[in-house]
Design a protein around this ligand. Structure first.
Ligand SMILES: Nc1ncnc2c1ncn2[C@@H]1O[C@H](COP(=O)(O)OP(=O)(O)OP(=O)(O)O)[C@@H](O)[C@H]1O
Length: 250
């Protein structure tokens, strides 16, 4: 039943159909996405990989409602977000989507707790202290709420960013190279946290990564080349991913 619903396009946490994204016009135009369709089943972890410039970040931004496709559609559940007016899209993004960046993107002058509260405040909601503390505890940062980001290690800062992405309990979390700025062991801890959110809370997660070991935490890998999905791997191992990537020259 669930499979059929997903094939029909309903019952997905998010999906994209026939996405094209061009930057610039005329001779200078860059075709970053050239007809990408993906369906993200609820409670799954997908890694997006491919050579530099293949369109990974563009796809993530379009799926997360942070960029608009030139053509094609993006859906979160039954809502077509690619057609929503900007204000409505921003509102919906704050409740339905979490985003984790490679460079953490925390506000240095704010405390850890204030950083986690910020998206809610921007959405006009009063901070729910218990929920913020719970989100911090879940990423292993209980007791750090009054620290500033500069007083934390890179791995701890990324944990704050994950708590910030999760505090609204979004259906889908997007992560753009979340371990790219971290050493290997710290990176593994962050990946385990993302995996845990999928397994324990049924969250849907999509992550761009260059690292085959990181992709091994996912249920599925989508391989992009030249703005198109060229391959897909289920239950990937780092070795399988490394081998497919080297065939793509990535
Ligand atoms: N805002 C923009 N304006 C113009 N061109 C862009 C813009 N964003 C991306 N591009 C171009 O679109 C193509 C795809 O970029 P994208 O960042 O999605 O690739 P990527 O696979 O994430 O690359 P990397 O692995 O190097 O981060 C590239 O050729 C890039 O230069």
């Amino acid at each position: 039943m669930a499979e059929t619903m997903i094939e029909n396009g309903t019952g997905t946490a998010a999906r994209a159909e026939g996405l094209h994204r061009e930057y610039g016009r005329g001779a200078a135009a860059v075709r970053a996405l050239r007809g990408v369709s993906v369906a993200l089943a609820p409670g799954t972890f997908t890694a997006v990989m491919g050579p530099s410039g293949s369109g990974k970040t563009t796809l993530l931004h379009c799926l997360a409602g942070m960029d608009r496709p030139t053509r094609g559609s993006v859906w979160w559940g039954d809502t077509e977000v690619s057609r929503l007016p900007e204000r409505r899209l921003a509102e919906l993004r704050r409740t339905r989507i979490g985003f984790v960046f490679q460079a953490f993107n925390l506000m240095p002058a704010m405390t850890v707790a204030q950083n986690v509260e910020l998206p809610g405040r921007l959405a006009g909601r009063r901070p729910d202290r218990a929920r913020v503390l719970d989100a911090l505890a879940r990423v292993g940062l209980a007791g750090r709420e009054r620290h500033r980001p500069g007083q934390l290690s890179g791995g701890q800062q990324q944990r704050v960013a994950i708590a910030r992405a999760l505090v609204a309990r979004p259906q889908v979390v997007f992560a753009d190279e979340p371990t790219g700025a971290l050493d290997r062991n710290t990176g593994r801890e962050i990946l385990a946290l993302l995996r845990d959110g999928v397994d324990r809370d049924g969250r849907t997660c999509v992550m761009v990564t260059h690292d085959p070991v990181a992709a091994g935490y996912a249920d599925r890998v989508l391989l992009l080349a030249d703005g198109m999905v060229v391959d897909e791997l289920d239950r990937p191992t780092a070795a399988m991913v490394g081998e497919r990537l080297s065939r793509l020259g990535g």
